[in-house]
Write a protein that binds this ligand. Structure first.
Ligand SMILES: *Cc1c(COP(=O)(O)O)cnc(C)c1O
Length: 391
């Protein structure tokens, strides 16, 4: 796998206004194709989790390769439709869908609502009834599988706001049977994000098998098995592992999921499809020497990339201004942004090539949950993007 940066590329950054997201469109394409090839082998359906990146060029590339869209708000449903995803390729999840969002999705006849509670099921039935429509739904079941990941991004444990817990399932079946404006499609799961332990997905398969069996024993036909997303990426070695191991991932589901002839398997991948394809490029503004530390103050902050401040996430940081000079010494720095918060720090004791004012710094693996989380806090100007094929 090639490296994302070389001096010819960095040369083209010079003079551009920083900070900006740099998208490697070739790498994105390679990643999407790798996922497509690995999933088609088993006839699996892949939806892209739009919340991880709603950049228009990224979404277009994803639509072109033939994946669907997994949305978590009315805004994302609209964005997916604008991008050209067909309504039959759109699913809509989320614990707090508003009436307006449900109505928007009903008007657009989306493929499926992923329903997260008994109460929500009742409301969707009622709103669909008012329109004389039938809403297709999958029930998001909380499988009580520990994703072994950061507690902020674990979603599949019992004490969690996401999904229907096992003890509520009988109530779901009763409600389904009593709901004239609901068409039951299947079951949905999503146990967390940045999952690198493949055993988590094996455990998930075992639960899915149990739960779909439970539904079918009660006379409810399960057509769709939606196993969510969560496949992790290598934040520490972005160049060595620039494409996630889709082969192994999909093979696990093929080996461990009991798929009946009338069933389809659906996935909702976000991070694994886009994370490695972008870096946040920022410029060194100031060097500051503390008593025991040296600080590099850069012109990007948590307003452009929030993950480090939000969940202490690691992003590899590189000084890309001296790629052709292997002899430059390195030094540990705390890399901090301009925002008035102590948590506005991208990394502590980061070993970087000795920095000068004006050097370009890359924060790697920033294509997922990066640009989408940008904010206007401190009245920042909003984020810019640069694409490798438009340099
Ligand atoms: C966030 C989310 C995903 C995507 O998760 P990744 O870890 O980015 O793959 C999929 N499904 C649902 C319901 C989500 O909330």
């Amino acid at each position: 796998m090639g490296k994302m940066f070389n001096s010819a590329i960095v040369e083209k950054f010079v003079g551009k206004e920083t900070p900006f997201y740099y998208y490697d469109m070739g790498l994105l394409q390679q990643t999407l194709k790798s996922c497509k090839d690995a999933s088609s082998k088993y006839g699996f359906h892949v939806h892209f989790a739009v919340k991880s990146n709603f950049n228009k060029r990224v979404l277009s590339a994803i639509k072109e390769i033939g994946f669907g869209a997994d949305c978590v708000s009315g805004g994302e449903v609209s964005r997916a439709i604008e991008t050209g995803f067909t309504n039959n390729d759109i699913v809509f999840a989320g614990v707090g869908k508003s009436d307006a969002e449900i109505n928007l999705a009903l008007d657009n006849d989306i493929f499926c609502f992923n329903v997260e509670s008994v109460h929500e099921l009742e409301v969707i039935n009622e709103l669909a009834g008012k329109k004389g429509k039938k809403a297709s739904v999958a029930i998001r079941v909380n499988p009580n599988v520990d994703a072994h990941t950061h507690h902020y991004i674990t979603t599949g444990l019992d004490e969690n706001k996401f999904g229907v817990n096992s003890w509520d399932l009988p109530k779901i079946v009763d409600t389904l049977k009593a709901s004239e404006n609901i068409k039951f499609l299947g079951v949905h799961f999503h146990v967390g994000s940045q999952i690198t332990d493949m055993n988590v997905f094996k455990s998930l398969c075992v639960k899915v098998n149990e739960i779909q069996q439970w539904f079918e024993e009660r006379g409810v036909t399960v057509k769709v098995l939606n196993v969510g997303g969560g496949l992790g990426v290598d934040y520490h070695h972005p160049d060595e592992h620039s494409v996630a191991d889709f082969e192994t991932y999909f093979k696990i589901f093929n080996d461990f999921l009991e798929v009946k002839p009338h069933q389809e398997v659906h996935f909702e991948l976000g991070r694994a499809l886009v994370a490695q394809s972008a870096s946040l490029i920022t410029k060194v503004l100031y060097l500051k020497h503390g008593i025991k530390k040296d600080f590099v103050v850069v012109d990007a902050g948590m307003t452009e990339l929030m993950r480090p401040a939000l969940y202490q996430a690691y992003h590899k940081i590189e000084n890309i201004s001296y790629l052709d000079d292997q002899t430059k010494a390195t030094k540990p720095y705390d890399v901090v942004g301009p925002i008035c918060e102590s948590s506005d720090c991208f990394g502590k004791e980061v070993e970087l090539v000795e920095a000068s004012r004006g050097d370009l710094i890359a924060l790697r693996t920033a294509g997922a949950y990066g640009e989408v989380m940008a904010s206007f806090y401190n009245l920042r100007p909003g984020i810019r993007s640069v694409y490798s094929d438009e340099l």
